[in-house]
Design a protein around this ligand. Structure first.
Ligand code: TEU
Length: 541
């Protein structure tokens, strides 16, 4: 049972994609010094943890998720002194740093791989996965997952790009190396780790076992017991695209000595064709399915594990464009999505720009896109005969670059992100959507998020209350109750531009109902059973 209360149960994590956050030295690429300059903005938001996407030395084939040296800072991002200063300055403001550990693979420019590919007898050769009989495993980024190394007449495995060779976790020396990496950063004073595709490290490729391999949890137990478990209260979260609520309990039950929580993606794959479809094969999602998935995670992990709560990250399209209305009702729907997510049990994650309602981008020229996954898909689907218009529509909806356009700070050139030419173009809507105007506007999405973050710090019902879905079959309304001791709260969100009529009793609304938070300026006419477009509220029943 998940008895013990942990500091991260009341904290909110803010995810920073450093390349696009703030550029202090004017080279067009965000950097650590830029993050330091924005710490007061983040402290104003009230978040307790800053998750940095990888900042280690990297050739940036996959924007840092191809690590060439776990012990050195990427040149474009600054120096280890900058990193030490960031950890200290964040700490002074009550914020911990969470490092992103990519341990499923390294860069092909990592010293280990440079050695490994020279000879089958090299001591680093078995840090990686080699074969003379490649099977039909495919890379997430397109093409075969096996790359031929002529010097060895062997193939190495890369589930992602060719420049991201998979590490061989069956090799105890590899596991030792990653424990040493964790210890180095823990000794630096970081407060947590996000583990990239952690559910893939138990793979047995010759048997086509990729996620959830038989020794996966043994390996993670080792990272816990020999690594972060040696330190007090380190927050850990693992990216696990293959997780289910059942495995979610095992991942996050403290007695399993695995991680604090995982990122599951069941609610974020509902708008893609189910049979043989990829993220690019888009179908309308059904809110009832979304409610079912999120509710299962809430109820199955209640009192047994711990949820992460997120709509966005650096790989996902912007939620207000995907699930809300990024036009007329952008502000209302952004607040609605925030309320429905933060009203649940778990640790919420805010992705940079989500707090000001940033939207997807639409670059008309494919040359303006930067993401390897997007560019590979564009090339492969055009070669396969897909119509360019359809391919661009899929990119507008799902490209990872939707999340990677520069953070919009103000209305100056390049949205105040850089004095130089940004590595990727800014979304042209920064005149209307930027942090400066958001902080100045008390009714902004930003200040709404501030109130949600602040509420979590004091409201036991929000952190530890039970969860009950209401009106499961309603196609536009997501409504649930949270109960804690003698208190009961209603959280609802209208996921549509329709005005809904709901009998108040169906939402357990009554004369004693008191709104805590809502996204329309005037008190909503709930007592008449009217719920306005994209309306949301938290109400004490
Ligand atoms: O992502 C894992 C992953 O599979 C995603 O690439 C996802 O499948 C895809 O983006 C869906 O569009 C992690 C990191 O978050 C991602 O940025 C890296 O590219 C990937 O691993 C390789 O490290």
């Amino acid at each position: 049972m998940n008895h013990e209360h942990k500091w991260w149960h009341r904290s909110v994590v803010y995810q920073i994609y450093p390349r696009s956050f703030y550029d202090a030295d004017g080279d067009g690429i965000g950097d650590l010094a830029g993050i330091i300059r924005k710490l007061d903005y983040l402290a104003l938001l009230g978040v307790g943890v800053l998750w940095l996407c990888p900042v280690y030395a990297s050739p940036n084939d996959d924007n840092g998720y191809d690590i060439a040296d776990y012990y050195r800072i990427m040149d474009e991002f600054g120096t280890m002194d900058d990193m030490d200063l960031l950890i200290a300055e964040a700490g002074r403001r009550g914020m911990k740093i969470m490092m992103d550990v990519v341990a499923n693979h390294t860069s092909d420019e990592h010293r280990w791989f440079c050695e490994a590919r020279t000879s089958p007898d090299n001591p680093y050769h078995d840090y990686y996965i080699w074969t003379k009989q490649p099977n039909d495993l495919m890379s997430v980024f397109g093409g075969s997952a096996w790359q031929y190394e002529p010097r060895l007449d062997e193939y190495y495995l890369h589930l992602f790009s060719r420049k991201q060779p998979d590490l061989n976790w069956a090799n105890p020396q590899v596991r030792r190396e990653i424990v040493d990496v964790l210890t180095f950063w823990l000794e630096k004073g970081v407060g947590g780790f996000r583990f990239d595709v952690i559910d893939l490290i138990g793979k047995i490729p010759e048997q086509r076992i990729i996620a959830n391999g038989p020794r996966l949890h043994d390996y993670v137990l080792e990272l816990n017991e020999d690594g972060f478990g040696q330190y007090d209260d380190i927050l850990t979260v693992g990216e696990a695209w293959g997780a289910t609520p059942q495995t979610g309990v095992r991942w996050s039950d403290p007695e399993s000595r695995q991680l604090s929580m995982i990122f599951q993606f069941g609610h974020l794959t509902l708008d893609q064709a189910r049979v043989g479809g990829e993220k690019w094969d888009i179908i309308p999602y059904d809110l009832r399915e979304l409610k079912t998935v999120l509710s299962r995670w809430q109820t199955e992990l209640y009192g047994r594990g711990w949820n992460s709560l997120f709509w966005n990250n650096h790989d996902l399209p912007r939620a207000v464009s995907r699930f809300g209305d990024d036009g007329r009702y952008r502000v209302e729907s952004a607040k609605m999505l925030a309320t429905v997510l933060h009203g649940m049990a778990g640790t919420p994650y805010i992705y940079q720009g989500e707090e000001i309602g940033m939207t997807n981008v639409r670059f008309t020229d494919i040359a303006d896109y930067r993401d390897i996954e997007t560019l590979n898909m564009y090339r492969d689907r055009l070669a396969a005969g897909y119509r360019p218009h359809g391919v661009m529509a899929a990119i507008y909806a799902k490209s990872r670059d939707n999340a990677r356009t520069p953070m919009q700070w103000d209305t100056s050139e390049h949205a105040g992100f850089s004095a130089g030419t940004p590595w990727i173009k800014v979304n042209p809507n920064y005149w209307d959507i930027n942090a400066l105007s958001a902080v100045e506007d008390k009714d902004s999405v930003f200040h709404y998020y501030r109130r949600l973050v602040a509420l979590r710090k004091t409201a036991d019902w929000l952190v530890y209350g039970s969860y009950e879905l209401l009106l499961p079959d309603h196609g536009q309304l997501f409504a649930y109750c949270r109960r804690y001791e003698r208190e009961e709260y209603l959280v609802f969100g209208n996921f549509s531009g329709l005005t809904l009529t709901i009998y108040p009793a169906e939402l357990r609304l009554g004369a004693r109902s008191v709104p805590l938070l809502n996204n329309y300026p005037d008190p909503t006419p709930w007592e008449n059973g009217v719920i306005r477009p994209w309306e949301t509220a938290i109400i004490k029943l």
